[in-house]
Structure formats: C-alpha cells, structure tokens
Design a protein around this ligand. Structure first.
Ligand SMILES: *Cc1c(COP(=O)(O)O)cnc(C)c1O
Length: 406
C-alpha cells in the first residue's frame, strides 16, 4: 500500500509526510455532492463517532465514556480543555518543558502562567517527582495549587500516566493530556488521550493522520461534550436572535476536513504498524554503533505509535561527533531531520516562567535528533539515512537488507 511513492535515485527524504489511503476523496466528494461545505455536517459527526470507537477499542472495561469534539486544531483543543477546567487569568498551569510550544501557548491565551517541569529519562516526558515538587512549591509560594497539569506523550511515547494521575488526584488538579502526537499509543492498554480528564489530539499535516489541519478534544461527560461544541461555535445562546452570555470561539472542524480524517482513520493501524517497523529497522541497523541511543518503551505498559523515531548522540562515545555534525551531513545529503524540541524554559518567550527540574530536557535537546519516519520510506531510503549516521560517527559496515534486520 505504500508503493505509490515515486522517486528517483537521490530524491529528497522527508521527515514525515502525509499519506492518503484512498477513501478520503470519497468522503470529500460526499460533502461536495450534498453541499455540506461548512463547519459541521455528516463527516464531522461521523469522524467524531469513529474516533470514539477507535479510542475505546481496547478499553472495554472502562467505566467512563469518551466523547470526541472535532476542532480546527490541537492547539484549540488544549485551549478549550483549559477553559473547561476553569483556568483563569493569573492562575498557574503545570506544563512539560520538553515539548512543542503549542502545549503551552493556550495557557497564555487564558492569561494564566505556565510553570515548567523537566522530563524523566525513561519516556522523555513529564517527571512525576519534579511535578509533585512543583505542585508543593507553588502552593507554598503563591498560596494556591496550579489549576491544571498538561503532560505530553512526546513523539508518540506515553508519559508515566499512572504516577502523574495519582499525584494529580492527591492534590485534586485536573490533567489535560497533550496527545497531539500519540493517536494509537497506549499506556497499560488504555489509549493515550483517554487517561486524563481531558485530552487533545492533532491532525496537522505531518501528524500520524491528518485532516490537512485539525484536532480533537476528548472529554468524559455529555455535559462537557455539549459545552465544548457550544464554546467552539461562538457560544450562541438559545434565542430567536443572536445572543451571547459567555465568550466563545470559532474552533469547529470543517465538514470537508473531517472527510479526510474519516479516510485517514481507515489506515491508522497500518500507519502505526509501518512506523513501528521503521523504528525497529533503525534500532537493528544502528545497534552496534556506540554512543547512539533511542527513545524506547520502558516496559510492556508502554506502547508507542513511534510517530517519529528519535535518537540521542553522545559525543563522548562518538569520537566527539555531535548532533549538529549529523544534522549538517543530512542537510548535504538532502535528508530532512529535526532536532528534538527546544525546552520551553529555555525559550525567550518563557524566560520568566518558574522551572522545576535539572538538565534532562536540555541534554535531550542538545544531543537529540528525529529521523525520517513516514510510512513511504523504503529500504533504500533507510539505508541512505543510516549510512550518513555511520559515516559521521566513523563506522563503516556493509548495507543491511531488510531480511537481516528482522
Ligand atoms: C502538533 C502539536 C500540537 C498542536 O497541534 P495543532 O493541530 O498543530 O494545533 C500540540 N502539542 C504537540 C506536542 C504537538 O506536536
């Protein structure tokens, strides 16, 4: 199914590409044929229902229902979750420092203040120990507890949700999972996005599935579901004229975009399978290269969709070679790679925000690189990428075939 990717000998290799499954056009055509070219419509309803089923598949014994609200972006979903959690001007919100800025920007939209927490080394996500330190210290310093906690499942890797939820409950603070990169990932057989009180998914262009741009809020009561849909459509009161009592947003997903999403959901499982295969391929191909380590599932409780395979280079074990050296050579070879996210507490925008932790996130940023991971990569592409890494860190081995790797 991934063979419709035409390329020559030395074509550019992209980090992450959208890949259409074939059914997307059918849903879009339906939208056009029925003139549903607006936000809302049958594709939006269908996409929400299908996502609810997809998220609940492995969680049959769960005693609460997942409600999905399709939105214009993952950022909008995080924002609405914070609004529903009651985050107001001057409140504090605990955020993972090691993430993309969209995890933290919605805190600013509410005129609230982010408090950043370092990552732990196992999953690269929010460190529960540092998180509790932050909660206690903020209470001491400001007299109030933070109003929400936003852990992230970075590159698809589930955060330590057991400990994070336990600590959050102890202090009665709601958890908003940023699952933008983690559709199809699981923690203890529970889908990422259904573990906290709210969650955000993203269907931006390079995520594991796309609607060309879009997102979803996940909540767990009919009341919140209705309220989110109300807030996302300018919060219009029930009245014969246009009447508004609270501030609303224009955050709904269009019926055309939702059509793409419905087609994409049909191939989600195959995409995850392929991304995990690619991850395994890199591991095997680089297993004898000293000084290169991977973001890895700590144990069987963790299942990552491996949206992006990510490595860390240790210059001391790589003859002094750094992440930049590999990055430079990749650019020369026309291969797109990406440094790991620059931590939020090091961003000029957040220079005055409190930070709890050490240098885990900072070290990951210094040494880390995301490798091309999209489903259309073939053996030649993968060999080309691995060869560049080996060249830089001075290991010369014959090319591996797929068969040797599995
Ligand atoms: C992509 C992403 C978002 C934002 O999603 P959009 O749909 O682009 O608004 C939020 N958090 C993380 C970690 C992301 O990777």
């Amino acid at each position: 199914m991934f063979d419709n990717y035409s390329k020559g000998m030395k074509q550019r290799i992209w980090l992450s590409l959208a890949h259409m499954g074939g059914q997307e056009q059918k849903f879009i055509k339906e939208a056009f044929d029925t003139n549903w070219i607006v936000p809302l419509g049958p594709n939006v309803d269908g996409f929400e229902k299908e996502l609810e089923i997809c998220l609940s598949e492995r969680n049959e014994n769960l005693n609460r229902k997942n409600y999905v609200v399709a939105l214009s972006s993952g950022t909008a979903a995080i924002h609405l979750a914070l609004v529903q959690a009651g985050v107001k001007a001057g409140d504090e919100v605990i955020c993972q420092s090691f993430t993309f800025i969209a995890s933290a920007n919605p805190v600013i939209y509410q005129f609230a203040k982010p408090v950043f927490v370092d990552s732990e080394k196992d999953t690269w996500n929010m460190d529960p120990v540092k998180m509790e330190e932050a909660i206690i210290d903020r209470k001491e310093k400001t007299g109030s507890y933070p109003k929400a906690i936003v852990p992230v499942h970075l590159y698809g890797m589930p955060a330590k949700m057991g400990e994070i939820n336990r600590i959050a409950k102890k202090y009665n603070i709601p958890v908003v999972e940023d699952a933008a990169e983690a559709l199809g990932s699981y923690f203890k057989n529970q889908a990422c996005g259904t573990i906290g009180d709210w969650a955000a998914l993203s269907f931006n262009g390079n995520k594991i599935i796309t609607t060309s741009g879009g997102g979803a809020l996940i909540c767990h009561s009919e009341e919140l579901d209705k309220n989110a849909k109300f807030l996302a459509t300018q919060a219009r009161d029930q009245a014969p004229h246009y009447q508004h009592s609270v501030v609303g947003y224009n955050y709904r997903l269009s019926n055309v975009s939702a059509g793409i999403g419905r087609g994409q959901l049909m191939i989600l499982e195959e995409h995850i399978k392929r991304r995990r295969e690619i991850n395994q391929w890199y591991r095997n191909a680089l297993k004898d290269v000293e000084g290169i380590s991977f973001q890895s599932e700590p144990d069987n409780d963790y299942f990552s969709n491996y949206w992006l395979t990510s490595i860390v280079i240790d210059p001391e074990k790589c003859g002094g070679k750094t992440r930049e050296d590999i990055q430079d050579m990749m650019i020369k070879e026309d291969i797109e790679v990406r440094p790991l996210w620059k931590p939020m507490h090091l961003q000029p925008l957040f220079k005055d925000a409190p930070y709890y932790g050490g240098k885990v996130a900072e070290d990951l940023f210094k040494g880390g690189l995301c490798l091309p991971s999209h489903p259309m990569l073939d053996e030649d592409d993968l060999n080309r990428i691995v060869e560049v890494i080996k060249q830089v860190v001075c290991v010369n081995e014959p090319e591996l075939t797929l068969a040797e790797c599995f």
